[in-house]
Write a protein that binds this ligand. Sequence first.
Ligand SMILES: Cc1cc2nc3c(=O)[nH]c(=O)nc-3n(C[C@H](O)[C@H](O)[C@H](O)COP(=O)(O)OP(=O)(O)OC[C@H]3O[C@@H](n4cnc5c(N)ncnc54)[C@H](O)[C@@H]3O)c2cc1C
Length: 595
Amino acid sequence: MTAVKTSLPRRRYDAVIVGAGGAGMRCSLQLAQAGLNVAVLSKVFPTRSHTVAAQGGIGASLGNMSEDNWYWHMFDTVKGSDYLGDQDAIEFMCREAPKVVYELEHFGMPFDRNPDGTIYQRPFGGHTANFGEKPVQRACAAADRTGHALLHTLYQRNVAARTQFFVEWMALDLIRDADGDVCGVVAYEMETGEVMILEAKITVFATGGAGRIWAASTNAFINTGDGMGMAARAGIPLEDMEFWQFHPTGVAGAGVLITEGVRGEGGILRNKNGERFMERYAPTLKDLAPRDFVSRSMDQEIKEGRGCGPNGDYIELHLSHLDPDTIIKKLPSIREIAIKFANIDPIKDPIPVVPTIHYQMGGIPTNYYGQVVAPKSGNPNAIINGLYAVGECACVSVHGANRLGTNSLLDLIVFGRAAGNHIVDQFKTGKVAKEHKDLPADAADLPMSRLAKIDGSTSGENTQVVAQAIRDNMQKHCGVFRTSALLSEGVIRINELAEAAESIHLKDKSKVFNTARVEALELANLVETAKATIVSAEARKESRGAHAHSDFPERDDATWMKHTLWYSEGNRLDYKPVNTKPLTVETFQPKKRTF
Ligand SMILES: Cc1cc2nc3c(=O)[nH]c(=O)nc-3n(C[C@H](O)[C@H](O)[C@H](O)COP(=O)(O)OP(=O)(O)OC[C@H]3O[C@@H](n4cnc5c(N)ncnc54)[C@H](O)[C@@H]3O)c2cc1C
């Protein structure tokens, strides 16, 4: 035992996983089954993680309903990423996809079935046959509740494997020693307000996305970017944070998601003249073009005065031409959402929709084993010992500048499993030391000082007011279309808000289930994620994927075919090359993206 300057209780594990969504639980399953002593922390009960809300499907070239193969899937993903995705990781993911989906099936995941008993697959945006020729049916679905089916399956498997869950525990900060190695996390128990050190030989971040830095978002309220915040405070850079996906179809005014699976089943977007405008923008794939494309087209229609409704500020998604039975059987939750949040029944009337923030392509940089990497002594991808990241908080990077629908659930399962396998292998081959590393003396200093500051506050800023100001700032300055003027104003504003977030006043200092304290702690993570996003966006002077810059409307491969790395300290930016070398096949060369 070392002389840690704190009397905090401590527990020791082989591995601690922060996050019990699809990625965290796929990883923990691999570890628990191998007999490792593994703890999984989650702010909410595991099956309430945002993965539960995933609707449309998980992508895999099973070819059950139309001819398909993994190489076409890889082509679509590389092109969808606007050539910023790392092709080694993309090849790995698309090759593994059928295997991991069948594995889920064998775990008992209740997929929809075709009459011949095979898994049902629907078309999805940007997924094509024969290198872009026509849409393909690749999204394996359980009605419009695929994430629900997936997460519950994984939870049950973990319970059987005796994974230990810490439910309603919030990780506050990483512990890194003088060598830069990661030795675990400091965590906060919401029920009691107590803090504990969780020592780990391996720490895995699976904390999901941060869609809550925007005002209009399809994301759960818990998606506050805690993994990114903890990494940033520990000196780890964040990669490609300027790339955020606007999903074309959030319910106007409510933000709740209407899956792309609706268009996969035949739904059509129309403007106020009733025109199927996507035929003009994407003649081949039409409504099933990738999300960045469709969102921009919708935004343009609205800006040019062809939006629907009294204020001309939304687009209509029509389903009434579909067989009511298809809607009831294949899209039951969508119908329920439309009735509850838009007050219309899609069997008869169109759903009012607008592009809504949905997914972060960037995150904590990793290789395709899930190991977190950062530049060191000339190596842009030096491994940080003891730390892995998987799922939406990680940037492998398979999604590059724009993710295809269904590729996130796939990313969770492929890389959650791959990281698990890699960790088990490290233990088996003696690459992880038998003993825990000594904790540094200042192991808990950072989180304890953050807590002491809010608990000692007698006046200052209100958490919700600052959080809302961050969300408004992102919405206004970092939207579907960006300009230099908007972005540079946004950077100034976020730096002001970051300062305001330093002096939060917590009125209620009670310990038991004090959600105000949790929100104050989350605010620090919103700040880091929002800063990373807007500073990285301001610097990228081109348009690529989801980063549409009106002053620089073209993609500029000569200057900008590179990954951004943002460091919290001094808002410093660095860049690293894109890995264009796949593992076994030929590289897909950059081309202009048309659909
Ligand atoms: C409405 C919606 C529909 C979607 N539909 C699809 C789809 O059909 N297909 C597809 O491929 N993708 C879809 N996506 C995207 C996909 O669902 C997400 O990217 C994915 O589920 C994220 O999974 P995850 O495991 O990385 O994180 P999450 O499922 O978000 O889980 C994060 C976990 O981390 C925990 N956590 C966070 N911070 C802390 C902390 N500080 N301490 C302790 N625990 C913490 C949380 O409690 C939670 O358990 C959808 C997303 C949304 C929002």
